[in-house]
Design a protein around this ligand. Structure first.
Ligand code: ADP
Ligand code: MG
Length: 760
């Protein structure tokens, strides 16, 4: 094994193959031999069993294995020019191949090659002409013709044909040939293995060299499967080693220990004594875990997950009080100003007298909760900034504005982040820079994250979960309402009216703000339009979020806040109902006023975008109507409906959609209606989407990112890799003895993915 092999995987393809042949490869993002070898086939065509033409879909770029039935050249009288039409068959169905040219002569080469009876691979985009599916100007490779000798042709024809993600300029067989050109001369010694030999042995995996051979030049199915297994493990292992390094680095950092106050007055014990309820077992257990970590001289790095209403805020507040008792300050970061303001109110409310430190009537050892947001009046903000800087405020709540240079803390000891999404290590670092020692970190999320996703995406955090919902909740009933059925719609609004008449409140959620924009809400406030860690892309809208129009949309425009608010105001059944609106494009002060009016009960029905999604807590709100519900992802809908049924009264959620019964979106809505278990839903949601959506757009299109690993499916692989990585890092904390692995991490993780992981 040698790193300075003459056949380094960093060899540039344009040097190796020449500029022109390398150009179409570069377009596919393949610039080095390593890139090329890690460009894995998407699937394998067995020349013995032909790919089914009958299931080809119009618009897809496909490759089929088929036999030529006929090929005829003719002149086109109407348009001028000439045309070659060939028909190929795979035994199940036929497909036309069409080539156009100015003159017949230009088509003769094709005609001569496409002899009836010859078999080959045909690739192109499927289109439809006069009810027949066809490939126009397909690329093709004929078995026994486009290979050097008849003998080679036979060998070739007996091999599985790898089908690569390809382009018109670089069709799959050209890619395969190029891979062979690069791979064939390489020996095991030329391809150093980043995975330590003992790990390979323990897991029964083959070498990287063998894996490349198996995946690119398999003779039989079990070979490429074996190759994939090794490469899949490698993806997990490299990522897990990166995360293990990060955990170990963090654990080695110094933090100020903030142990529980054992005697004398303490905010925490006073708070516990004043709680009007008893903590759930989960809250107690997680609380103890956190308390112990805060007492240690290394920074806590913990992710606290729990459904909306599971009582995370109380757990976080108890942690903050422990830190304040120990002479530190806590910062709570929320994704939006609305939520920051609400958190500040909630915390002050929960603390009561304890939050009136230094004020007349306040508890003698009390502290203060300071809210710092960008839109505060200058004088208010200045006072709060002073409280933060002097330490008078033990708890400082805000949005990203807390990260700005103007905010100082006297003794920052704990950072609590509400909703991890779009708040990353970079931001954490900025906050840390405001503290003497590294502050402890508690990240809270209401999006249930399946275990393996947590281990992959949040692998540098330890995870705690609140599974129980505190007693006294009445739960929520969810109904799917077909938008095409006026009687159902009328019944929905009548139900809403009943709730309002009973002194309760309702939300109406729309995907858009106005009828004449395509904008989904939330663009102006990071994190306001989805509380779902990027896990929540509506199925079919590949990565574009809820605003993406379906590709073939002849639906009416999506329901919009301003429009719907007007319509509802005119609705007989809602006469006299006080209607408010809330969306991300309102000025912050208006947003806050709208939320405050709803919280105070001055507004009965709030029409809004998904800005209300995360953490909003109005116990009297019992009904929610989601319009165009199919435009939202499962987790997001689950988050949304978590807004209602938070008090003693049962919640009602109506998912209005005009999706046909059989559509996948309709299935999703029904899944949602059938369970309130967030973990079950998160798993279902993940299964319905692609990995790229799960791990974010940052890593898609990059040949070195996760290609074979599926976070939801490959649980065992990820767990094994995590175990192996942890052991390796424990034995070699700097990876000094594993330079190749370190290089892989730098190349594959630290470069791009880590950035994503941090931002997630
Ligand atoms: P989360 O932040 O997880 O959404 P919260 O901490 O906001 O949940 O709790 C939701 C509501 O439940 C709040 O009104 C809170 O005061 C209340 N609550 C929290 N813990 C308990 C408990 N153990 N018993 C009863 N009510 C609780
Ligand atoms: Mg909360």
């Amino acid at each position: 094994m040698s790193i300075d092999s003459p056949f380094s995987l960093d060899e540039r393809l344009d040097r190796l193959l020449g500029k022109r042949p390398a150009a179409p490869l570069a377009k596919l993002g393949l610039e080095t031999t390593g890139d090329l070898l890690r460009h894995y086939p998407r699937r394998y065509a067995d020349p013995g069993t032909m790919t089914e033409i009958s299931i080809l879909v119009v618009g897809e770029h496909v490759t089929v294995v088929a036999e030529v039935v006929s090929a005829t050249v003719r002149e086109m009288r109407s348009r001028g020019g000439a045309m070659l039409q060939a028909v190929v068959s795979d035994g199940t169905d036929r497909l036309s191949l069409t080539f156009f040219a100015k003159h017949k002569g230009a088509l003769r080469t094709h005609e001569a090659r496409l002899k009836p009876g010859r078999t080959g691979l045909f690739t192109g985009v499927v289109s439809e002409y006069r009810n027949e599916r066809q490939l126009t100007h397909p690329d093709y490779l004929l078995h026994g013709v486009d290979v050097d000798s008849a003998e080679a042709g036979l060998v070739e024809a007996s091999l599985l044909t790898p089908i690569y993600p390809a382009s018109a300029a670089m069709p799959t067989w050209k890619l395969h040939q190029t891979v062979r050109t690069v791979l064939d001369p390489l020996t095991p010694a030329d391809i150093p293995d980043p995975i330590p030999a003992e790990v390979l042995e323990r897991r029964g995996l083959e070498s990287l060299h063998q894996a490349f051979r198996d995946i690119h030049v398999p003779a039989e199915e079990h070979e490429w499967r074996r190759g994939q297994k090794r490469l899949r493990y490698e993806e997990a292992f490299v990522l897990q080693t990166a995360l293990a390094l990060r955990r170990s680095e963090a654990a080695a950092l110094e933090a100020t220990a903030r142990p529980l106050t054992s005697d004398g007055p303490s905010l925490l014990s006073d708070f516990d004594a004043s709680l009007p309820f008893t903590l759930t077992d989960g809250q107690r257990e997680v609380g103890a875990e956190i308390a112990a970590e805060l007492a240690a001289p290394h920074p806590m790095q913990r992710l606290l997950q729990g459904e909306v209403g599971s009582g995370k805020t109380v757990v976080a507040l108890r942690a903050m009080l422990q830190v304040v008792d120990a002479g530190g300050q806590a910062a709570l970061l929320a994704p939006t100003e609305v939520l920051a303001a609400q958190h500040a109110r909630t915390l002050s409310g929960l603390l009561g007298d304890l939050a009136a430190g230094g004020m007349l009537g306040g508890a003698s050892h009390g502290t203060r909760v300071a809210l710092v947001t960008g839109s505060q009046p200058a004088a208010v903000k200045k006072k709060n900034l002073l409280d933060a800087a002097s330490g008078a405020a033990g708890i400082v709540v805000g949005t990203h504005a807390l990260l700005s240079a103007g905010v100082q803390f006297a003794e920052l000891g704990l950072v609590v982040v509400d909703e991890q999404h779009r708040f990353g290590v970079e931001q954490r670092d900025m906050l840390r820079a405001k503290a003497r020692t590294v502050p402890h970190l508690l990240v809270m999320t209401a999006t249930p994250i399946p275990r393996t996703v947590a281990m992959t995406v949040f692998g540098d955090l330890e995870t705690s979960t609140l599974r129980e919902i505190p007693a006294g909740r009445s739960g929520i009933t969810t109904h799917v309402v077909p938008a095409q059925k006026p009687a159902w719609i009328a019944r929905t609004w009548a139900k809403v009216r009943e709730e309002i008449d009973a002194g309760r409140q309702a939300y109406v959620v729309c995907p858009r703000i106005t009828g004449d924009t395509d904008e989904a809400d939330g663009a102006d406030e990071p994190g306001s339009d989805d509380g779902t860690l990027g896990l929540d892309v509506p199925a079919g809208a590949s990565g574009a979020g809820a605003s993406a129009a379906p590709p073939t949309s002849n639906r009416r425009p999506l329901r919009a806040v301003l429009e719907v608010a007007e319509e509802l105001a005119d609705l007989e059944v809602l006469r006299g109902v006080r209607i408010g609106i809330l969306h991300g494009q309102m000025p912050p002060a208006e947003k806050e006023a709208a939320m405050a009016a709803f919280t105070a009960g001055d507004v009965d029905l709030l029409v809004s975008t998904t800005v209300i999604e995360v953490g909003v807590d109005v116990p009297r709100a019992t009904a929610m109507v989601v319009l165009d519900a199919d435009r939202f992802g499962l987790s997001q809908l689950h988050q949304l409906r978590g807004r209602v049924g938070r008090g003693a009264d049962a919640g009602l959620c109506f998912l209005v959609s005009e999706m046909a019964e059989a559509a996948p979106a309709s299935t999703r809505l029904k899944t949602l209606a059938s369970t309130t278990d967030g973990f079950e839903l998160a798993a279902a949601d993940l299964e319905m989407r692609s990995e790229g959506d799960v791990l974010g757009a940052a890593q898609s299109g990059r040949s070195t990112s996760l290609q074979l690993l599926r976070v939801v499916r490959d649980t065992a692989v990820i767990e094994q890799a995590r175990e192996d990585a942890a052991a390796l890092v424990a034995a070699d904390p700097t990876l000094a003895g594993h330079p190749l692995l370190l290089a892989e991490i730098t190349e594959r993780v630290t470069g791009e993915r880590a950035e994503y992981l941090d931002r997630s």
